[in-house]
Design a protein around this ligand. Structure first.
Ligand code: SF4
Ligand code: MSK
Length: 646
């Protein structure tokens, strides 16, 4: 049994903690996954509980021919289930974006002490996209208008959201023609819930079309706004080095772990943690200092901007507490598991919830308010310090890895062309001449139904060895950084072409783009690749694809679907939430490909995912006429002069 448990991860630090959990009879997600057998009906989208005449379960030999009590067919039920999941994911990202817009508004009005506008240029850029006048105006007035326009996009009743205009022209036409231009962010989510209520939309194809629209309101709406406003308030990321994995916890310092998604509190904690008074207070309790680290995406936000080390990804949240060295874990929203509340009953860790939207029984609640953030951050850090003397033995795995993160769209632009010639031309040229075969986003969560971190690492290594540049976000990026794949040294695993680019630019073959909401950076980067020219006139023309090999959350489904709606081929691992319906499976793959140029597939076999991704990208290269390897011609002076004469 121990071996079986230990084989659920490839991470040696996680193995160490799982062994401790096993020896002490402590349950974790890794063990509970065995006890909680999957319901095969629900897993494939074959169960409807949208009214109390049901739940109606589609079972038995001819399950696909059955109908629910109301007459709903399996395809309607599976489409509705997917729609509701994506509404959940889109609303999570978008509610996060809304809170950032409200913070920007408070900062603009001078009501959020401790916060400021860190990236003025980004504010000007976003103001221009939103049509906000900037000439001769005070920065705070511009920020107020930008915040108000962002808030308009959440509640917009008429017209379409501002950022549709950022997409390639061809993509905008496709959205318009297929009737999926996102209108208000909240509106698409509400309409998704309405359409899937009993007795409303009963045409699977029509429901799924609205699924696309809902996801677009996330990708080009809520998530993109969250990313942009975070950059305005906290700075646009640029390359930064740090460390990853449980070994970043320190034996002799107060360990404060931040966990969740929003950067508003974590940024303030990172600032306040350097306060000499607090450090002295920590010393008075016997600690050498304060060690701020994090888990999941809120940690990535402060990693990207301040180089804060990361303890681990989604499946490591319980393991961090089991080290006995986490004096406080402060959480905000999303991906924080309820089991933490029970776990801290028998461990010294102080679990602190901060959002009115996310309380956990067993946790201490300290409500966060951006109008009084430095004080609240201080109060939280003091709690961690006060808990340091209560430790009862620690067991920190001595395992961590270096990482280079911080690859925002703006930084990639700068890195490729320098300050005065910022441009994507070198990237496009490398793709055209085949040194880079294509770009693949390998993103998303961990899921204990599959081996922790294994698929992320396998796919990324295979892809870079074949000259595919990889972009990562969220828990996928944490997974690969634990094995050194997000450092320039990882170029030793890269193919010759990709390696030559990495060497020339001094970049890793795997770029860390940020947190879950920062998947929106993938959209703007691909748009700029299109605008740069030479690779078609739409995202769907690009030799690019997306993969979420270990996904588990509704947010992951929303991200994957907005990539598809933007023209990409996206493959998910683990299993299909619509696998029970062959009709829905066809609509979201071939049907969507015909409609909008992108397609969504679920494929648990990693080798097949790799093969399908490569096949797809090679087909795109062929369609662009760049599939044949061209020898690079090195011109000597004579050849150059001859060219100039011509
Ligand atoms: Fe059954 Fe129809 Fe009610 Fe769903 S909506 S539970 S299929 S009766
Ligand atoms: S935290 S959504 S487990 S990536 Fe963004 Fe990780 Fe997935 Fe949560």
């Amino acid at each position: 049994m121990t071996d079986e448990l230990l084989n659920k991860t490839v991470d040696p630090a996680a193995k160490e903690m799982l062994k401790y959990a096993y020896d002490n009879n402590i349950s974790t997600m890794f063990s509970r996954v065995e006890e909680m057998k999957r319901c095969p009906i629900g897993a494939e989208g074959r169960c409807c509980k949208n009214c109390s005449m049901g739940p109606c379960r589609f079972t038995g030999k001819d399950y696909d021919k059955k109908v629910g009590i109301c007459g709903a067919t399996l395809s309607t039920v599976a489409a509705r289930n997917l729609g509701r999941a994506i509404a959940g994911g889109a609303s999570a990202h978008s509610d996060h974006g809304r809170d950032l817009a409200l913070t920007l508004k408070a900062v603009a009005k001078g009501e959020a002490p401790g916060y400021e506008i860190k990236d003025e240029q980004k504010l000007y850029n976003i103001a221009e996209i939103m049509g906000v006048e900037t000439n001769g105006r005070d920065l705070k007035d511009i920020a107020l208008d930008v915040a108000n326009r962002a808030l308009e996009d959440f509640g917009r009743q008429e017209g379409i959201i501002y950022y549709v205009s950022r997409a390639p022209k061809r993509r905008q036409e496709i959205w318009k023609k297929s009737g999926i231009e996102p209108r208000g962010v909240d509106r698409e989510v509400v309409e998704m819930m309405h359409r899937t209520h009993i007795g409303v939309d009963q045409d699977a194809e029509n429901i799924l079309r609205h699924v696309l629209r809902t996801s677009l309101s996330d990708g080009w709406g809520g998530s993109m706004l969250a990313t942009d406003i975070s950059d305005i308030l906290f700075g646009t990321p640029k390359a930064v080095s740090s460390t990853m994995n449980l070994g970043v916890l320190k034996e002799d310092e107060v360990n404060l772990v931040i966990h969740g998604h929003e950067p508003t509190l974590s940024e303030m904690i990172a600032t306040v943690a350097d306060d000499p008074e607090l450090i002295d207070y920590a010393k008075s309790k016997g600690a050498k200092g304060i060690n701020l680290t994090g888990i999941c995406c809120t940690a990535i936000e402060v990693l990207m901007r301040q180089g804060v080390p990361v303890v681990g990804n989604f499946l490591q949240q319980e393991l961090a507490i089991l080290t006995g060295a986490v004096d406080a874990m402060v959480v905000d929203i999303q991906c924080i598991i309820q089991a933490l509340g029970k776990l801290v009953e028998t461990n010294h860790t102080e679990l602190i919830t901060t959002s009115p939207k996310a309380k956990i029984p067993g946790a201490t609640h300290i409500p966060f308010d951006e109008h009084n953030a430095p004080e609240i951050a201080k109060q939280i850090i003091m709690k961690a310090i006060d808990n340091f003397p209560n430790r009862n033995g620690t067991r920190i795995p001595k395992i961590n890895s270096p990482i280079v993160a911080g690859f925002s769209h703006e930084y990639i632009n700068y890195m490729l062309g320098g300050k005065y010639r910022a441009s994507f031309r070198p990237l496009n040229d490398a793709i055209v001449d085949g040194r880079i075969q294509g770009v693949v986003g390998v993103v998303g969560c961990n899921n204990p139904r599959v081996t922790h971190d294994k698929s992320h690492n396998y796919l990324v290594k295979e892809l870079i060895s074949r000259d595919y540049l990889v972009a990562q976000t969220g828990c996928g990026a944490i997974a690969c950084s634990k094995y050194g794949l997000l450092t320039p040294e990882a170029m030793e695993h890269a193919g010759e072409g990709l390696r030559s680019i990495c060497e020339a630019l001094g970049i890793p073959p795997v770029l860390h783009l940020g947190s879950c909401v920062d998947n929106s950076r993938v959209l703007t980067i691909l748009t700029q690749v299109v605008h740069e020219g030479g690779l078609g006139d739409d995202i769907s023309d690009l030799p690019a694809a997306g993969i979420a090999p270990e996904w588990m959350s509704e947010k992951a489904l929303s991200i994957g679907t907005y990539f598809v709606a933007s023209g990409l081929y996206v493959l998910f691992g683990v299993g299909s939430p619509v696998g029970g319906s062959s009709e829905v499976t066809k609509i979201i793959s071939n049907g969507w490909e015909k409609l909008i140029g992108g397609k969504l597939e679920f494929e648990p076999d990693m080798d097949k995912i790799l093969e399908k991704t490569i096949d797809h990208i090679q087909k795109k290269r062929k369609a662009l006429g760049i599939h044949e390897k061209k020898e690079r011609v090195l011109f000597d002076m004579e050849a150059r002069r001859a060219l100039e004469i011509e």
